[in-house]
Design a protein around this ligand. Structure first.
Ligand SMILES: Nc1nc2c(c(=O)[nH]1)N[C@H]1C(S)=C(S)[C@@H](COP(=O)(O)OP(=O)(O)OC[C@H]3O[C@@H](n4cnc5c(=O)[nH]c(N)nc54)[C@H](O)[C@@H]3O)O[C@H]1N2
Ligand SMILES: Nc1nc2c(c(=O)[nH]1)N[C@H]1C(S)=C(S)[C@@H](COP(=O)(O)OP(=O)(O)OC[C@H]3O[C@@H](n4cnc5c(=O)[nH]c(N)nc54)[C@H](O)[C@@H]3O)O[C@H]1N2
Ligand code: SF4
Ligand SMILES: [Mo]
Length: 889
């Protein structure tokens, strides 16, 4: 028993950009619980499922523990020497422009600052880009064009103060759950608060919506142009604001008029009913307190920057920027995408929100005392990987991101990394798709071990505090960078003793010769002592002499950071997606996130609880399309494109527009055979921001013909991949599950067991040669594996069988039960991950009269902890009791 005293540490959640404060309870070296920090203003005590399951995703299993060079364990000294010599050799032969860093919005600000300074000031290359290019780049560009600075004007409180919330391309219920819960609570208190969701899919977020505009993908600019026209034609403009605080309104309106003058035509181009459009326009026009929240449905587009500006135009036209309850609001994705933008992690930024003008380069050069300043913009992510593929860039150092999974056209990325002379990867986990290509692998500490700051969506800087020791020989990212910098001969400029020292320098640079010209200014924090840094309370930038306690809202005086100090209207001509449908590839491919997984699953994929909500790579498809193509619900299908294919399990969804399918972005080679959706996305990006068009692919869809499907539960994960056409892996509490399928008939399954599992079955059951086959093996009386094979997906009672893996010996009844077919499973779905409540249990309770979320919560506890599943519970009620929920407009 652990007798060590318990302690609590306040820190920040490592997942989404809501940036919730977390109270971590620690006993000895174990994180035993996480709860929401009541005092943190982002979440006021709330946590979503990912935050509350943090203890399950920690642990040292699967971690990268030691440095490796060419696959061999080496000392840190050797690894640092290899990295530095490798980089220097390439720089000597081919110049600084031949090396690059690819960073991540999940690094802490201090890590990021050091990486950027090393590359742009001391190595002399500006090829530093980040996964934020795939995430926020269009917003960054849109903000800069409109406001002259990459700054979110408002704060979270505005969502509660608003009378109308418009969510554009955001599934906040799953992706920003705590903000969604704040909206939900506000609506409960003030039912007159209206919510509009603009998304081609009907998502969990629509559960709160008074109106859902299921527009045709990629038509958002046209929608906001039409709104601008409506506002102008119906006298809803704020003339004073337009006159005093903006430029180019007339041009922008004329451009909008040219394409969006006629509502009927616009409605048909958007493919939404005219009356719905009118309702939205009227609500927007008549509600001064409107907040428009936007996320990846806007950004990840070949015209993402224009979409951002088209919606900001409508806010400028009505003077609704930076006012309480009234502002455009970009929902940031990653925990520190904002911090990365602040230090200059993007290739077209220099540092502290400065660009590459000669004055700015000189200013930063002077501050850093930099010997080799990069003087012009570097390659943005897609161009960076193209340059690697061409051989122009010969060394890349990847830190805190998994580009093999997240960049479009995975096969191209694979080829690029195969060709690259030197690939250095700083990673927390030993096995990821990208790690396969690491010539030098550097073990990094991660959340719970590292110390620093992150900035959330509302510009709030919070501390992440380390409270557990580093596993193995893992080191902090900033330390690794400083060691390599030293080995490259830049010891003096990288002689930091702590993250606090780095933060002070970053804060000082933000204020250096600023004189109110740059919005990002945290000079008020440049003299923090180590102790003050340690206890730093969450604070919103700017923090300077004028705003020593931080700043809730920006642009409140109608002054912006453009040359004229006025906000800029942009003239936007809407453009359709660049990935064009054709008869060979007739389906529009939408990609995105699911509730319980985080990106490439390196953490959340290890939690049995989080893997149950969706346990296989899937394909969401409208039943009409399914009928046309010949797909069964829960059957297997292939999604294809000339670049590659994706195999997954079909899920019928009425919330999907016909002709469009949705794939999760998460699955990859660590969890499945061919379930990587970025195989299918083309390398097309927004010309201004360089952000890929990840949401509008084009694909073909067909049933996957297999002659058998199987499920194998084993005590330990298999060392070799299973030979199968389709494969999906899932960790369970006491065992490991593989669902797989094949097109080649297997004559002798017992022989297969011997070959694959090293053991013939000790129990087996087969009713006929073609009939279902079930088998089990034991190791000294303990269950070692269970296999079920049938024509369709086998229905194993996996929860019960998984429990048997924990017992030292099985009774004859328990052995028999291994083969009892389950009534639920494949068709059942885990809804509440906190209390492990499935859809069938909830449906049963609804049929017994428990037809409200409250009653279900009382009887099954579902939805009563983190609340992330409440939208799904409500939609089950609606499905079972059709009158349970008010009809949408
Ligand atoms: N559970 C979970 N939460 C996360 C993450 C995670 O991996 N898992 N990741 C975090 C990160 S980094 C990010 S960036 C955020 C992203 O958060 P979101 O932007 O909410 O995430 P997505 O699911 O990628 O996309 C949002 C929606 O855009 C819609 N969409 C697609 N095409 C269009 C279009 O043409 N127009 C409009 N209006 N909508 C469209 C999609 O149908 C989808 O529902 O989530 C963060 N939170
Ligand atoms: N098709 C499609 N593609 C997309 C998207 C989409 O919606 N559709 N969304 C895009 C968006 S918005 C994003 S943000 C990206 C995200 O994509 P990625 O950034 O590639 O995804 P992650 O899985 O978050 O990668 C983080 C990696 O860092 C490792 N890691 C964790 N902590 C640390 C640490 O402290 N230090 C170091 N060095 N490593 C650490 C993790 O193990 C993991 O391998 O995907 C993008 N790609
Ligand atoms: S909403 Fe959830 S994932 Fe996002 S920061 Fe809060 S607890 Fe973490
Ligand atoms: Mo993101």
């Amino acid at each position: 028993m652990n007798k060590q005293a318990k302690r609590k540490v306040s820190t920040t959640c490592p997942y989404c950009g809501v940036g919730c404060g977390v109270q971590a309870s620690i006993q000895g070296n174990d994180l035993i619980a996480t709860t929401g920090d009541q005092r943190h203003s982002a979440n006021l005590g709330r946590l979503c499922i990912k935050g509350s399951k943090l203890p399950e995703t920690g642990g040292h299993a699967g971690r990268l523990l030691y440095p490796q060079v060419a696959g061999q364990r080496v000392s840190w000294d050797q690894a640092v020497k290899s990295a530095a010599e490798g980089l220097q050799g390439i720089i000597d032969r081919h110049g600084p422009e031949s090396v690059a860093f690819y960073l991540s919005g999940q690094l802490l600000t201090e890590d990021y600052y050091v990486a950027n300074k090393l590359m742009k000031g001391f190595i002399g290359s500006s090829h530093v880009d980040t996964n934020s290019r795939l995430c926020m780049a269009s917003t960054v560009a849109g903000h800069k064009r409109a406001f002259g600075a990459d700054a979110v004007p408002g704060c979270y409180e505005d969502l509660e103060l608003a009378d109308l919330l418009v969510l554009v391309g955001s599934n906040a219920a799953w992706n920003h759950p705590v903000l969604y819960q704040r909206i939900q609570a506000a609506k409960q208190e003030r039912p007159e608060l209206k919510v509009v969701v603009i998304d081609p899919r009907r998502t969990a977020t629509c559960d709160l919506a008074d109106l859902h505009l299921a527009l045709k993908p990629g038509t958002d600019s046209l929608l906001f142009n039409a709104l601008l026209v409506h506002l102008a034609e119906n006298q809803y403009l704020d003339h004073e604001f337009i006159c005093n605080s903006t430029d180019h309104f007339t041009d922008s309106l004329l451009t909008a008029l040219a394409e969006a003058a006629d509502l009927k035509t616009v409605a048909s181009q958007l493919d939404v009913p005219e009356h719905q459009l009118m309702t939205f326009f009227n609500w927007f026009a008549e509600t001064p307190k409107t907040v428009t929240l936007f996320s990846q449905g806007v950004n990840q587009s070949s015209s993402g920057t224009d979409k951002v500006n088209a919606l900001i135009n409508c806010h400028l036209a009505t003077g609704r920027v930076g006012k309480p309850g009234s502002t455009p609001f970009s929902l940031t994705g990653q925990p520190n995408a904002m911090g990365g933008r602040e230090v200059g992690g993007l290739a077209n930024q220099l540092a502290a929100h400065m660009g590459f003008s000669s004055e700015e380069v000189t200013l930063v050069e002077e501050f850093w005392q930099a010997p080799r300043m990069a003087r012009q913009e570097g390659y943005k992510a897609l161009d960076l990987f193209k340059a690697i593929h061409r051989g122009d860039i010969k060394a890349i150092w990847i830190q805190g991101t998994n580009p093999l999974v997240s960049l479009p056209d995975s096969q191209f990325v694979r080829e690029a990394l195969e060709k690259c002379e030197l690939v250095i990867v700083s990673e927390a986990m030993a096995e990821t798709d990208t790690m396969e290509f690491a010539d030098i692998a550097l073990p990094a500490t991660t959340w719970s071990e590292k110390n620093g700051t992150v900035t959330n969506s509302e510009r709030r800087i919070s501390r992440q505090r380390g409270f557990l020791p580093a596993p193995g020989e893992a080191r902090h990212d900033w330390q690794i960078l400083c060691q390599v910098a030293k080995a490259l001969g830049h010891g003096e400029a990288f002689n930091y003793q702590s993250p606090a020292a780095i933060f002070r320098e970053h804060a000082a640079l933000s204020g250096f010769k600023n004189q109110g010209q740059r919005c990002f200014d945290i000079s008020g924090l440049q003299h923090l002592t180590d102790q003050a840094y340690e206890s730093l309370q969450p604070v919103q930038w700017p923090v300077n002499s004028s705003n020593p306690l931080g700043t809730e809202r920006l642009f409140t005086q109608g002054k912006f950071f453009t040359a004229s100090q006025r906000a800029q209207f942009l003239s936007i001509q809407s453009r359709p997606p660049e990935q064009k449908l054709d008869p060979a590839y007739p389906f529009r491919l939408n990609t995105g996130r699911i509730r319980d997984q985080w990106h490439s699953m390196t953490r959340t994929g290890r939690s049995a609880a989080l893997m149950q909500h969706r346990s296989e790579p899937f394909i969401e498809v409208h039943p009409e399309d399914a009928a046309q193509v010949g797909l069964q619900d829960q059957g297997l299908a292939r999604v294809s494109h000339p670049q590659g294919e994706y195999l997954g399990r079909v899920r019928f969804s009425e919330g999907q527009r016909p002709g469009e399918i949705f794939l999760p972005m998460h699955w990859n080679r660590q969890f499945t055979g061919k379930g990587l959706c970025n195989q299918l996305i083309e390398q097309i990006c927004d010309p201004v921001s360089g952000q890929p068009e990840s949401k509008q692919g084009r694909v073909q869809l067909e049933a996957l013909k297999t002659s058998w499907q199987a499920q194998l539960l084993v005590a330990q994960p298999l060392k070799k991949p299973l030979p199968a056409t389709y494969l999906a892996e899932q960790p369970l509490t006491n065992s490991h599950s593989y669902v797989f399928a094949g097109s080649q008939a297997v004559e002798d399954w017992s022989g297969w067991c011997e070959e694959t599992l090293g053991q013939r079955p000790q129990m087996h059951l087969q009713t006929s040669q073609e009939g279902p086959f079930r088998a089990a093996g034991f190791d000294q009386g303990q269950l070692a594996w269970v296999l079920a094979v049938s024509r369709e997906r086998p229905q194993l009672a996996i929860k019960e069988i998984d429990q048997q893996f924990a017992s030292s010996s099985l009774s004859p009844e328990a052995r028999q039960a291994l083969f009892t077919p389950s009534e639920h499973q494949a068709e059942d779905q885990l809804i509440c991950s906190c209390f492990q409540v499935s859809a069938n249990q909830i449906k049963q309770a609804i049929s017994e009269g428990q037809d409200t979320p409250e009653l279900l919560g009382q009887s099954l506890s579902c939805g009563t902890n983190c609340g992330s599943c409440l939208p799904e519970i409500k939609s089950l009620i609606e499905q079972e009791v059709p009158h349970g929920i008010t009809e949408l407009v």
